[in-house]
Design a protein around this ligand. Structure first.
Ligand code: SF4
Ligand code: SF4
Length: 82
């Protein structure tokens, strides 16, 4: 999963780009729900939020390192839940 750092300027361009609805406005800045972020695996070749963020504040979450297989399994779980 990816995460949003406190460099976020609350511009709101990433939120509508997320295919998993993993991004929302938190108490101060935008946040990513790591249980919903597949790093865009299953939807796109590149993380869409990283592509659009004007201040490049969306790195990999250090505590959520997942393999492509794990990310694909998460994608399938999220898709089935819909
Ligand atoms: Fe959403 Fe993709 Fe960004 Fe994860 S990497 S928060 S799934 S847009
Ligand atoms: Fe924050 Fe970047 Fe998302 Fe804008 S695109 S709300 S700066 S994380």
């Amino acid at each position: 999963a990816l995460m949003i750092t406190d460099d976020c300027i609350n511009c709101d361009v990433c939120e509508p780009e997320c295919p998993n609805e993993a991004i929302s406005l938190g108490p101060e800045i935008y946040v990513i729900d790591p249980n919903k972020c597949t790093e865009c695996v299953g939807h796109f070749d590149e993380p869409q939020c990283q592509q659009v963020c004007p201040v490049a504040c969306i790195p990999l979450h250090p505590d959520w390192r997942e393999s492509r297989e794990q990310l694909m399994a998460k994608y399938e779980r999220l898709t089935l839940a819909k």
